[in-house]
Design a protein around this ligand. Structure first.
Ligand SMILES: NC(=O)c1ccc[n+]([C@@H]2O[C@H](COP(=O)([O-])OP(=O)(O)OC[C@H]3O[C@@H](n4cnc5c(N)ncnc54)[C@H](O)[C@@H]3O)[C@@H](O)[C@H]2O)c1
Length: 338
């Protein structure tokens, strides 16, 4: 039985990945290392918590000695690294946590993987020849696009927030461990995910929660910032395929190929809510939309060219936006409707 380390598995994307990974990989024991920040919820993993193939460790990726003990104890075959401070707004108010977790935490993981997997530079130890470090990152590292164009894997890194700058730094560290030491790595840069398990503070849960509570639904600026939306399960499928077949040392963009302005997104959700939970008197939840002062450094448009992962790994997003958002809306209604 091989051991794999997943970091940040009690968060939004990591929790979906763990559930999927354990269903399809019967020959792995999985260790989920998460320090349970406000953004996590250990209950997302209730269905696997008693499995002999699953171990939860509450701990911080910034704690080098803890990582050293875990790598020694479990002799991890691979790492999929989700743990991060992930909310852009928080990075504007409190950037220090982003620097610690996203940069220092990633460095600590890389060092421990290097120490376990390599005899010396470019020489993988017996038993670790196929070991792989998959680093989960974001399209935000590329900065902002104009009205046209797509980010591809060659796009320059031009991060605009402390969050995206910390993720960009971590991507570059991961890249350097491939080029300098020969560590087997993949980096993913993906677009906005949506689906169940997202923390309350994020856009889609906020829209649904406030609509149901009949409270103002805040939209930054003019609402015309464009994002490309990817259903979380499709993202996890892409990571699984990378785990199995991703070319060593490569980075892959992953997108949903579904661009919407924030205002379009809000309107779609509210129209669906109008039919699922009608307000009555022919009224629409849209009356709760309010435009608020724009976020500092707010990127105007992100859009992803996923042709590399489509061509090399035959991956594509399978969930239509219509069905993905309906599943998502029903999930948050069951969470927020009392
Ligand atoms: N959500 C998106 O739309 C999106 C898009 C692109 C990339 N990403 C990237 O995907 C990854 C996962 O994002 P998410 O949305 O699931 O984030 P999340 O905030 O929902 O979850 C992050 C998890 O990491 C854990 N964590 C944070 N700091 C830690 C630390 N120091 N030590 C151990 N655990 C720690 C948290 O407790 C939480 O469970 C992140 O690296 C993020 O940058 C997310």
């Amino acid at each position: 039985m091989k051991n794999i380390l997943i970091t940040g598995g009690c968060g939004f994307i990591g929790s979906h990945f763990i559930l999927k990974f354990l269903k399809v990989n019967k020959d792995y024991h999985l260790v989920n290392l998460d320090n349970l920040t406000y953004a996590s919820n250990i209950k997302y993993l209730d269905e696997v918590k008693d499995s002999p193939k699953y171990t939860f460790v509450q701990g911080d990726i910034v704690d080098f000695e803890l990582l050293k003990d875990l790598f020694l104890k479990y002799q991890f075959d691979s790492v999929v690294h989700f743990a991060a401070e992930s909310h852009v707004d928080n990075s504007i108010h409190s950037p220090a946590d982003f620097i610690n977790t996203n940069i220092l935490g990633t460095f600590n993981l890389l060092e421990n993987a290097k120490n376990l997997w390599l005899n010396e530079k470019f020489e993988l130890r017996e038993g670790f020849k196929k070991s792989k470090f998959i680093h989960i990152s974001t399209d935000e590292v590329y900065g902002s696009l104009g009205a046209t164009g797509l980010f591809n894997e060659q796009s320059s890194y031009l991060p605009n927030s402390p969050y995206s700058a910390s993720k960009a730094s971590s991507d570059l560290l991961v890249r350097s461990y491939f080029h300098t030491y020969g560590l087997n790595i993949n980096i993913t840069n993906c677009s906005n995910n949506y689906g169940p398990h997202q923390h309350n503070e994020k856009l889609i849960p906020t829209i649904i929660r406030n609509a149901i509570a009949q409270k103002p639904i805040p939209i930054y600026g003019d609402g015309l910032n464009v994002r490309d939306w990817l259903y979380v399960e499709d993202h996890c499928e892409a990571i699984l395929q990378l785990f199995n077949k991703g070319k060593i040392g490569e980075k892959y963009n992953i997108g949903g190929n579904f661009e919407l302005t924030n205002l379009e997104m809000v309107n779609i959700i509210l129209e669906k809510l109008d039919s699922i939970l009608p307000l009555g008197n022919n009224e629409s939840y849209k009356k709760y939309i309010v435009f608020v002062k724009d976020r500092a450094g707010h990127d105007r448009r992100y859009a992803i060219d996923s042709s590399k992962i489509k061509k090399e790994l035959q991956w594509s997003a399978k969930t239509s936006f219509d069905s993905g958002i309906e599943k998502t809306i029903h999930y948050y209604i069951s969470l927020y409707k009392r």
